[in-house]
Design a protein around this ligand. Structure first.
Ligand SMILES: Nc1ncnc2c1ncn2[C@@H]1O[C@H](COP(=O)(O)OP(=O)(O)OP(=O)(O)O)[C@@H](O)[C@H]1O
Length: 463
């Protein structure tokens, strides 16, 4: 990689969103060696040198080990970083690679490794080089997937594109400061400094979806289409955020948790004036109770919501039993498909719903659902909640067992005090786009999940 001295005057201070970001705890720059992330690195370094030179900055390259040249590309980034006085690490994605769904698996591994690097450095901020071009491509891809659905169903979701920030694993922020910049402009900056970059051959491989979309946008009328897509992404992002805020208000107003694993919605929830927000809130709650990483699809959710308005019902969606009766609309995990008993070791992500920390290394304990027999013996609050529902929800909660003997759930006297069980907001546990901060915070408050960390932008506090 050829480089010449950075000429800061070529890197204007206002080109990106760096000045909004809070770098107090340092930053990881995710640098593949392609043009966008190489530009990210140099712009970021320049920004920090000028504004906060003591900031900890670590560039990380993931070697996916999928192409013969990938190790050399990672070395080129290491050389550039050494020249610029930037700490750098290469992390390799080792282990078996799936034969289908490779891009998604690579992405999953990439974020996992980046987050691990952040964790081990005590840094909670990762910056990526996503550009406006990536944004337009993402929106176009989502359009393609949503084809066939009516415009009403598309309203306020789906086409929102990438958020400016995404919380990963409920603790590490991924921020995209170049989302407003064009790839060509970044390449101009690099060329003006005689910095070269790697071209990823999969970017032009028509077997993959993104390169096909990219070629489509580069054709005739591409610029106009590009502008439309960016405008749509912006508008849809605003709408999605507003919908989330309204859903959060409904959750705060109408939802309670009368027993572990049981959510009660006041019957007035179904008749509140804001049906789109109520449906969005319901989808998030269903996925949370069911431990499913995606909300149930919109058509089924709407149908269920219509039935809720009509009167009592008992239905299952998203692994969640919805039991609407005079006492309220109750949501609990269905009994089917609960995890089988498994030896408890290390920290466990259980049933998509609970993070269990053991602090017990003996390996003698099992984790399994509490089950109906043990739940039947538990006292339940006499607050108008139907006891059968409270017990059915408790039966699906994780408990510790020694052989066939049930020690109980975390916090109960038979269970080691080192054991902790923390609820998880399942649909946002891995990726929480900043659009959805409000409903995520509302659900976290409702079920007792850990509070959200503050957005990594200046002047923001947790949602
Ligand atoms: N091998 C890598 N090592 C480090 N960072 C990477 C690597 N690949 C991608 N990135 C980071 O992710 C950004 C987006 O890259 P790219 O567009 O290839 O990924 P994507 O798969 O389209 O996006 P997403 O990561 O959202 O799925 C890059 O600008 C860079 O910051």
């Amino acid at each position: 990689m050829l480089t010449r001295d950075t000429r800061p005057d070529l890197i204007g201070p206002d080109l990106s969103d760096f000045s909004k970001i809070d770098f107090t705890n340092g930053a990881i720059a995710a640098v593949s060696g392609g043009s966008d992330s190489t530009a990210l690195l140099l712009l970021l370094k320049n920004h920090l040198d000028r504004t906060a030179p003591a900031t900890r900055l670590l560039a990380v390259t993931i070697d996916h080990d999928l192409r013969p040249g990938s190790a050399a590309e990672a070395r080129a980034v290491a050389i550039l970083c050494a020249e610029r006085g930037i700490a750098h690490r290469t992390l390799r994605w080792s282990g078996p690679k799936p034969s289908s769904g490779l891009p998604a698996a690579a992405r999953e591994a990439r974020y996992r490794l980046l987050a691990q690097a952040a964790q081990s450095e005590g840094i909670d901020l990762i910056l990526t080089g996503h550009t406006a071009d990536d944004q337009a491509e993402t929106v176009l891809m989502r359009h393609a997937r949503d084809e066939g659905r009516g415009p009403a169903e598309m309203a306020g979701r789906g086409v929102a594109g990438m958020a400016p920030a995404t919380l990963y694993d409920w603790r590490t922020w991924i921020v995209r400061p170049l989302l407003g910049m064009r790839r060509e402009a970044l390449r101009d900056i690099l060329q003006s400094q005689y910095v070269t970059w790697a071209e990823d051959p999969t970017n032009v491989d028509a077997h993959f979806e993104r390169p096909r979309i990219r070629a489509n946008l580069a054709g005739e009328g591409g610029e106009r289409r590009f502008a439309e897509l960016i405008a749509q992404a912006g508008q849809a992002g605003v709408e999605r955020e507003e919908l989330g805020q309204r859903a959060a208000m409904l959750i705060r107003e109408f939802a309670t948790m009368p027993a572990n694993g049981l959510i009660r919605l006041d019957p007035a929830f179904a008749t509140s004036g804001d049906a789109p927000a109520a449906i969005y809130a319901m989808r998030i709650l269903l996925a949370t109770i069911g431990g499913v990483s995606f909300p149930p699809d919109e058509a089924r959710s709407e149908a269920l919501f219509r039935r809720l308005r009509a009167g009592p019902l008992c239905a299952t969606l998203s692994r969640t039993v919805v039991d609407a009766r005079r006492a309220g609309i109750f949501l609990r995990r269905e009994a089917r498909g609960l995890p089988l008993a498994a030896p408890a070791s290390g920290d466990v992500f259980w049933d998509g719903r609970r993070r269990i920390t053991l602090g017990d290394r003996s390996g003698a304990l099992l984790i399994a659902p509490l089950g109906q027999a043990a739940a039947a013996k538990r006292a339940v609050a006499e607050d108008g909640t139907p006891p059968s529902l409270a017990r059915a929800a408790l039966a699906a909660e994780p408990a510790l067992w020694r052989g066939a003997e049930c020690l109980g759930s975390a916090g109960e006297s038979g269970v080691p005090t080192t054991v902790g069980v923390s609820p998880v907001v399942a649909p946002f546990a891995r990726f929480l786009p900043s659009f959805d901060l409000a409903p995520a915070a509302a659900v976290a408050g409702l079920i007792g999940a850990p509070p959200l960390p503050a957005l990594p932008f200046r002047g923001h506090s947790a949602g």
